[in-house]
Design a protein around this ligand. Structure first.
Ligand SMILES: *Cc1c(COP(=O)(O)O)cnc(C)c1O
Length: 380
């Protein structure tokens, strides 16, 4: 089966991990700090805290922005459940903004309208979590302007978008948001096994993120060496050095991988145009990292196409089941939100295989299989 996404581990990655295994620090050593510095260097963010996964990083980001059970947090319904759960861990209410079905990202018009309404009802969100779906940045300039107008904070869920750009700035630069979160799960742009990071340009927020990721424990130079104080309820969200060593080595390759993924996307698009099959648009403001490559087919044939591709050994996936329809999350919503774009998008989407080392033969096989399904009228 050709997977839809796959990690790329080379001998130099293995060597980097082995070097840490043979060193004195498996965790809380120098490699995590080096990885964080490399993330700052790459994105031009001032501060980075590496953590055990992006879900924890999103949670710590919400805590640092003082999200509590008095608050409302908004996110995209076209995402993984973690983008919503991070707010729920803090006791906050969650709500969803419909997407632009051309990009899969939060729709700025829908956001604008929802904010106007929320203002009159005195139910404005404390935090908005836009998700850079498939690796394409949301319209962060518009989101940043709205955040100033309505007074909410912004956490970018950039789990898909390491290596992407927006307005020629690396995703994670923090120019348009308070905090940016990356995931280093094996299907994402680079991997640390499990892992994530929160980046910010705000020292105060960074100190808080660090505190929540380290048991709420602070050490101060004014006290003897053994002394520490727990000043809030924190967690152990730390990333081990073993994992950071992998991330540090992988990060060197991310630009090349984004290039390879874009090459595959161009190849797919050329063939999909000939086959008259729709795919997601990329705005001119964005360089998409192409974590995912999504096509859109007629809802009546989606299941058959999905199954036929699987039968042909092509490991397609669906991104995503709209989060507001997940039973545990829907049960908490005061009413079922009306989000027509994400619902129609969900009935049509299929993610094709895309990863840097997807062979030319396999790329061609994916396209010839789609052509065959089109000819057989399985796909329409
Ligand atoms: C993968 C992913 C996460 C969670 O990342 P983990 O590192 O697995 O916790 C959160 N949000 C989005 C959009 C993701 O794709």
């Amino acid at each position: 089966m050709i997977p839809y996404g796959n990690q790329n581990i080379a001998q130099d990655d293995i060597d980097a991990v082995v070097a840490v295994l043979k060193s004195s620090h498996l965790t809380q050593g120098p490699t995590v700090r080096e990885f964080e510095a490399a993330l700052c260097d790459y994105t031009s963010a001032k501060y980075a805290q590496a953590m055990c996964n992006a879900t924890a990083a999103l949670h710590a980001a919400c805590l640092a922005l003082d999200v509590t059970n008095d608050d409302i947090v908004w996110t995209s319904p076209n995402t993984f459940v973690a983008s919503a759960n991070c707010a729920r861990y803090c006791g906050a209410k969650i709500d969803f903004v419909d997407i632009d079905s051309k990009t899969g990202n939060i729709c700025i018009n829908a956001l604008n309208e929802k904010l106007k309404q929320a203002k009159t009802q005195k139910e404005l969100p404390k935090v908005l979590i836009p998700v850079h779906f498939a690796g394409q940045s949301c319209d962060m300039e518009a989101i940043s302007q709205l955040s100033k107008l309505y007074g909410f904070k912004v956490i970018e869920d950039a789990s898909h978008a390491l290596g992407g750009k927006y307005n020629n700035l690396p995703v994670g630069s923090g120019k348009y948001s308070d905090i940016t979160v990356f995931s280093f799960h094996p299907v994402k742009m680079i991997t640390t096994g499990e892992g994530g990071a929160a980046l910010t340009n705000d020292q105060f927020l960074f100190e808080k993120i660090k505190l929540f990721a380290n048991h709420g424990i602070e050490r101060s130079g004014d006290f003897p060496g053994w002394y520490y104080q727990q000043t809030c309820l924190g967690y152990n969200f730390r990333m081990p050095d073993i994992n950071a060593a992998l991330g540090l080595n992988q990060l060197k390759k991310v630009d090349h991988w984004v290039f390879k993924r874009n090459e595959i996307a161009r190849f797919y698009k050329k063939h999909l145009q000939q086959l008259n099959i729709e795919y997601l648009d990329i705005e001119t403001s964005a360089l998409c990292s192409y974590h995912l490559f999504v096509i859109k087919v007629h809802p009546d044939c989606r299941k058959a196409v999905y199954e036929a591709l699987k039968d042909h050994g092509i490991g397609v996936q669906i991104h995503y089941i709209p989060v507001h329809t997940q039973p545990d999350i829907a049960a908490e919503l005061p009413q079922v939100p009306f989000l027509p774009n994400v619902e129609s998008y969900y009935e049509r989407c299929i993610s094709l295989p895309i990863f840097p080392h997807l062979t030319i033969e396999n790329r061609e096989y994916v396209m010839t299989t789609l052509a065959k399904l089109k000819q057989l009228k399985v796909l329409y």
